[in-house]
Design a protein around this ligand. Structure first.
Ligand code: F6R
Length: 247
């Protein structure tokens, strides 16, 4: 595991974008595992900037997103499908048919999870999986307590996650209670992983994930067992780790 320290969100975003762009340059038809939320917005902005300068080409890139709220359709501004178009896909030359996000409107859970797992398999697996981390140590929507061996599944979101995500909705009652998420097994099968984190609120989760015991109560702790993980985090997110002199 390599830990790259950034001074703030902007530097974290630039360093993370550098790692993703290296992947795109080295393998123009790479399969990128993508994340939503506030952490990757700056990274996506930087990638768009380099695309506009002619340094990046997304025309052969394939993507699979980590998760989607259950019950939201792709045109809903709170959906992750909308987020991806707004924050990345509409601004680069990726082909929309090469992008994949769980279908939040599918009510047949087993059917949707099987469909999504099959997509990942048919793409030959994920080359680079981008991850954020929840305040409670979740990755994707794999909440504390979920089995490490799970593939795509439907998750009941914890109160903590609903509250953390309420900032994107006009009221907490509008936050969906369930989501489709790829599982820890899908994430761990990625050939490389890039986890980004910014802000003091992530400090405890980062310490537990990177230096605590490997346990389902901190889903991100499983990353300690992956052989190709890069962590890019700002000083605030690493503050507890720095304070304990671990890096
Ligand atoms: C998003 C996702 C989540 C977020 C995490 C952090 O696709 O899977 O695990 O990465 O909740 O969210 P932010 O970046 O908003 O702090």
């Amino acid at each position: 595991m390599r830990i790259y320290k950034a001074k703030d969100y902007n530097e974290m975003s630039r360093k993370a974008a550098n790692i993703i762009s290296a992947q795109i340059i080295m393998k123009p038809d790479a399969v990128l595992g993508l994340a939503t939320g506030s952490s990757p917005i700056g990274t996506y902005k930087q990638l768009i900037d380099w695309y506009n300068k002619g340094d990046l080409d997304f025309s052969e890139i394939r993507s699979v997103n980590l998760d989607e709220y259950k019950g939201l359709d792709a045109s809903n501004p709170q959906s992750y499908a909308y987020f991806m178009r707004h924050n990345l896909f509409d601004s680069v030359n990726i082909k929309l048919e090469n992008t994949n996000i769980p279908n939040g409107l599918e009510t047949d859970i087993e059917k949707e999870c099987t469909r999504y797992n099959n997509i990942i398999k048919s793409l030959g697996g994920i080359d680079l999986q981008l991850l954020g981390i929840g305040n409670n140590g979740h990755i994707g929507f794999n909440e504390p307590g979920e089995a490490f061996e799970k593939e795509t599944h439907c998750v009941k979101l914890t109160e903590n996650t609903i509250q953390a995500n309420a900032r994107f909705f006009s009221s907490i009652d509008e936050v969906p209670t369930h989501a489709y998420s790829t599982g820890i097994k899908n994430i761990m099968q990625a050939r490389s992983i890039l986890l980004i984190a910014s802000g003091e609120a992530k400090a405890e989760a980062m310490y537990q994930a990177l230096f605590g015991p490997i346990t389902p109560t901190v889903p991100a702790s499983i990353l300690q067992l992956h052989n190709n993980v890069s962590i890019v985090a700002d000083e605030a997110a690493l503050s507890l780790i720095i304070k304990k002199n671990l890096i």
